[in-house]
Each structure stands twice: as C-alpha cells, then as structure tokens.
Write a protein that binds this ligand. Structure first.
Ligand code: KG4
Length: 342
C-alpha cells in the first residue's frame, strides 16, 4: 500500500511516499529555517505562504523520487494537528484535494499522536524494522514534551507532559540569549560539547501532583537571568559551560521520568522521538540509564528526529489499518487535547 503523506505543521514542507508503513520510497523536505532565522523564530504568516509556494512542486517531486505516478497512490495521509494553524491548513487542504482527485482514502494523522506526536514516534518504525509496540515513548520536539504509553500502533496514553514550555522551545530561547542562530537546539548542542560543564547551578523544577509531568519555564528564565546579570556586570559568560549545564538540566527532567514510566507500565522498550531527541547529552543519558535498567533503547538516527513527511506516511498506514478515515470536512487544529491521544 503506497501512502502519499503531507506534513506542514511548522516551518518545513514535507511530502513522502511510504509503502506498507515501513518502507520510505521518497522523502521530500523543504525547510524554511533560513528565512525564519532572519526574524529569530518562526513567523506564522510567512510559514503559511512558503508552504503554499512549495507544496505542489514538492508533491510532484515525492512521486517522481519514488518512481511512481499519481495512479499508484493508494491513500493520502496528512497532519491535521497540532501546529501553526495557517501552516497546517495548507498541507491539509492540498491533501484533501489530492485524495478527492485521486479518489483514494484520506487518513488523518495527529502530528503528535503519530498524528504529529504519533508521527514522531512512528519515525522509529522506519528506522527500526523490528520495533513493535508496546513501549514507552519520550516525544520531545519544539512544540511537545510528552511521555507516552504506546500500547499499540494507534492506542496510546499520555503519561506525562510539560506544564509550560516544550523542551525544544526552551533550547531555542536559551540559544537566543547566548546569541546563537535559530533554531538553537543544534548550535547549543555543539557548544555544549566543548565543555564538561559543572559551572552553573540551574534550578530543578517542582511539579506537584503528577510525578511524570515536567516544567521548563523556570530553567529558561534562569538562563535568561544569568545572561542579563552577566551583561549588566560586564562579565563574560562561559557559554560552552552554560550550554552543557543547561542540556544536563533538561536531560535531568526528561530521563528519570522516562525511566519511571517504564517501571510504571512494565514495558521493556524505550523509544525517543522528535527534534530534541537529536541532543547528544540526552542521548548519552538515555543510553546509560537504559543499560543500567536493562531496557532496550531505540534512538532514531538524526534524520528521523526532526519533522518529515515519511513519519506521517508510516503512522498513516497504521491509522488506516485501524480503520481511521477522514472526510473532506476534516479541519485543522492548532492544539489538540492530549486526551485524544487515547
Ligand atoms: O521535531 P522538530 O523538528 O519540530 C517540531 O515538531 O517541533 O523539533 C524542533 C526542535 C527545535 O526546538 C530545535 O531547536 C530542537 O528540536 N533541536 C534540538 C537539537 N536539534 C534540534 N534540541 C537540542 N539538541 C539538538 N541537537
């Protein structure tokens, strides 16, 4: 089954063709990051316009790269939530038109529910052919920070989430005060690798109530304050050390909770997903913790961490198998109640 998949929830237009949920026939991506870097962050209006300009040509390219024609498409999958509403709408409307014109089913994918989170998690099915649920997923991207109990391909529950900023957002804001380009996660990571850290004491978040919930806003504010104080006193910041200590602090929020989720669920596999899963400190901490706990760890290769269309095609296949279809009235949503993950 060939699924033509669309993803346009943020600043990447992505179209892919995925066969039977596991085999990527093509994966065409056009990033707008350079454009948004001029403004220090994603400008929603510009993102929408760039998606409109790119999507038709990218769709043709995805089919050509796959060596297929429109007649070979068996279904269309699309991210419909969550994301920048104007951006999501572009991919959604193009996908609806394609499904209508080709007379094939339209499969809704929540970017998080593998729909985007579901999508990020499903990127692992492309990277690891042997991976099957159940497992715990740590889904960490620019918009989401979730610990998910993935009981089956389309049956999942959020066990914990950030109460405020997403982990990636936090990396991006910290990078900004250190004068690094947007998106800041990767430059922060490169900077952190130049230092052993241990110089800056950053706060640990206290989230009352749910033991798997997280908070990153205090950490972000602490870095902003450190930078401003140093500036006012005319002192130089040790940027590599701060980047390292910051990454360790973020990791210290994420990794112990992911391990606790494994204990609570009894699952023996941990899957990382999303752009922040590319972080070298978090990857090393996850490796160490999983080795110690005797848990099998699935760390997606870097190319499958960020947004892409193939992950939507992978999850789309399993949504299709579960009988999920959308009509042409399908709408886009900027946010989605996490309960709908279930
Ligand atoms: O999954 P993704 O590409 O898009 C969303 O769905 O949000 O994630 C993007 C986020 C950005 O915040 C970016 O700064 C962060 O992932 N990121 C990283 C790294 N590479 C990308 N954060 C920390 N370390 C990295 N190496």
């Amino acid at each position: 089954m060939n699924i033509l998949a669309f993803e346009s929830s943020c600043d990447e237009t992505a179209v892919a063709v995925v066969r039977d949920g596991r085999q990527v026939l093509s994966d065409a991506i056009l990033s707008q990051a350079d454009m948004h870097a001029l403004y220090g962050g994603v400008v929603p209006e510009i993102a929408s316009r760039k998606h409109v300009q790119a999507i038709a040509a990218l769709s043709d390219k995805a089919l050509a790269d796959a060596g297929l024609t429109k007649k070979d498409v068996d279904a269309v999958a699309v991210t419909y939530a969550p994301g920048l509403i104007g951006a999501v709408l572009v991919g959604l409307n193009f996908a609806k038109s394609a499904a209508y014109a080709l007379n094939v089913p339209l499969i809704p994918v929540h970017h998080i529910r593998g729909h985007h989170v579901r999508g990020h998690i499903a990127a692992n099915y492309l990277a690891f052919p042997e991976l099957e649920p159940p497992f715990v997923a740590l889904a960490i991207s620019g918009g989401n920070t979730l610990i998910v109990d993935v009981r089956d391909y389309t049956d999942m529950t959020v066990l914990g989430a950030t109460r405020d900023d997403a982990a990636g957002e936090c990396f991006d804001k910290a990078a900004r005060v250190l004068g690094l380009p947007y998106p800041g996660g990767r430059p922060m990571d490169e900077l952190a690798q130049q230092s052993a850290g241990g110089k800056y004491e950053l706060p640990r978040a206290h989230v009352s109530g749910a033991e798997l919930d997280m908070s990153f806003s205090g950490l972000k504010t602490a870095v902003v304050n450190l930078a401003h104080n140093a500036q006012q006193k005319g002192e130089a910041l040790d940027a590599p050390a701060l980047a390292r200590d910051f990454a360790c602090a973020v990791s210290g929020e994420l990794v112990p909770r992911a391990m606790r989720a494994l204990e609570l669920t009894g699952h023996t596999k941990l899957v990382a997903a999303g752009g922040v899963a590319a972080n070298s400190v978090i990857r090393a901490d996850l490796e160490r913790a999983c080795r110690r706990a005797g848990v099998e760890l699935f760390l997606p290769p870097l190319r499958w961490c960020g947004d892409n269309g193939a992950m939507i095609g992978a999850q789309g296949y399993y949504e299709y198998q579960a009988g999920h279809r959308a009509g042409l009235e399908l709408n886009a949503y900027a946010t989605m109640d996490l309960g709908t993950l279930e």
